[in-house]
Design a protein around this ligand. Structure first.
Ligand code: FES
Length: 126
């Protein structure tokens, strides 16, 4: 039921782990299945220089987190915020309808991490 790309990212996920001195952390959970995803980002001059994740979830959630870290790394905050929920699933060659919420977690988690970063950096300015 999964595309080859989903299976490939699930079997060999990129950027797994935590960033100890992360600039922003996004933690989200899916109310429908209870799976969770944490995304850690490092930001320099408005660019995401490093992105890592820890996901306790299904194959689609792991593949989506892995794909999202690859899509976001090296991009500016503005560019990353333009990545939609559907973009992650499209990059994975599509997901079954029942699994779309899993890829939504990835875009929600990176947005939460950016929000966390922006909140911290505006506090530092004050
Ligand atoms: Fe929960 Fe996929 S079934 S994230």
């Amino acid at each position: 039921m999964y595309s080859e790309k989903v299976m490939e990212h699930f079997s060999n996920p990129r950027n797994v782990g935590e960033i100890e001195d992360a600039d922003g952390i996004g933690k989200v959970g899916s109310p429908s299945c209870g799976d969770t995803m944490d995304i850690y980002i490092k930001v320099k001059n408005g660019v995401l220089t490093d992105v890592k994740f820890r996901t306790f979830g299904c194959a689609a959630a792991i593949a989506s987190s892995s794909m999202m870290t690859e899509m976001a790394k090296g991009k500016t905050i503005e560019e990353v915020l333009k990545i939609t929920r559907d973009d992650v699933a499209d990059e994975l060659g599509g997901l079954p309808e029942a699994k779309m919420h899993c890829s939504n977690l990835a875009s929600d988690a990176i947005r939460a991490a950016i929000k966390d970063y922006l909140g911290k950096s505006s506090q530092e300015e004050n």
